[in-house]
Design a protein around this ligand. Structure first.
Ligand code: C2E
Ligand code: MG
Ligand code: MG
Ligand code: MG
Length: 279
């Protein structure tokens, strides 16, 4: 009886594992198809100066609408893309599209001051991101300071010299380097000394309970303090309420993103959002 139960249990897990694998393969194939058939798009979320709500830039966020699955959130497909290697092509496409969009806005005299783009750590190992950024800036007639690349602590902790050299090159060019989701990785903080970082993004998990949680206030205050001491811009993520905004201002945070100010939106919606009557 026990033996039989064990066997059923093993079968159950094998089946579950196979289903999970099948789903990954399905997503990978559908994503590959979406990339090569123009079914991906970018949304843009405003980054604002907290003191006066002045727009300081936007972050490009990948959006995928699949005929069968509907909207698939990046947290579901980015990990699959990273495991399959598709992330290189995906992130390269995003960087190109984001630069093209910024150039298009400039051509229409729409003053979007800067563009932030997420880049997976993988890409720094397999591609020359610095060379690609340099080529795109030239092609689209943009300045290096127009562009910021957002990377996670995963990359910062990496001892490999290839990513580090690219970060140095980006820095020498004048491209911004932002540490995304700061405080959620296994950071040692020493990379802030070694690497040419220009911005820290305070993860939204610290922002969420700011009004009620003294520990989150202490941690946020510490991150903002570190950033200021090192001359970095600190950007708070996930600001949803006036209460959170007020506390962040008190703590000395200068820039923020969040639904309170604007959700990620298509290029046209962003221009509408920017017109004074809408603010
Ligand atoms: P992230 O770079 O940390 O982006 C911030 C995420 O927070 C976005 O989720 C954004 O929509 C969401 N967000 C913004 N404001 C608020 C708010 O007030 N409240 C809450 N609850 N959430 C808010 P999204 O678009 O689902 O992206 C998730 C993650 O997927 C991103 O986190 C980033 O790590 C990754 N990602 C998105 N686009 C790309 C891309 O083009 N390349 C790579 N490599 N990763 C990407
Ligand atoms: Mg980001
Ligand atoms: Mg983040
Ligand atoms: Mg994130």
């Amino acid at each position: 009886e026990a033996k039989r139960a064990g066997r059923d249990c093993a079968r159950f897990f094998l089946r579950a594992m196979n289903q999970a694998l099948d789903e990954r393969l399905d997503i990978e194939a559908a994503l590959r198809h979406a990339l090569s058939n123009g079914l991906l798009q970018l949304h843009f979320q405003p980054k604002l100066r907290l003191s006066d709500r002045q727009l300081v830039g936007v972050e490009a966020l990948l959006r995928w609408h699949d005929a069968q699955r509907g909207w698939v959130p990046p947290d579901r497909f980015i990990p699959v893309a990273e495991e399959s290697g598709l992330i290189n092509a995906l992130d390269a496409w995003v960087l190109d599209q984001a630069c093209a969009q910024l150039a298009a806005w400039r051509a229409q005299a729409v003053n979007v001051p800067g563009m932030s783009v997420n880049v997976s750590p993988q890409r720094f190992h397999q591609d020359d991101v610095a060379a690609h950024a340099r080529a795109l800036l030239a092609r689209h007639g943009l300045a290096a300071r127009d562009l910021t690349l957002e990377v996670t602590e995963r990359l910062m902790l990496d001892d490999n010299s290839r990513p580090r050299e690219q970060l140095q090159q980006l820095n020498e060019m004048g491209v911004g380097v932002s540490v995304d989701d700061f405080g959620t990785g296994y950071s040692s903080l020493s990379y802030l000394k070694r690497l040419p970082v220009t911005e820290l993004k305070l993860d939204k998990s610290f922002v969420r309970d700011l009004a009620h949680d003294a520990d989150d206030r202490a941690l946020s205050s510490a991150v903002i303090g570190i950033g200021k001491a090192l001359g970095l811009t600190v950007v708070a993520e996930g600001v949803e309420t006036e209460g959170q905004r007020d506390i962040l201002l008190q703590l000395g945070c200068e820039v923020a993103q969040g639904w309170l100010f604007g959700k990620p939106m298509g290029a046209e919606a962003l221009v509408a959002w920017m017109t004074p009557t809408r603010r």
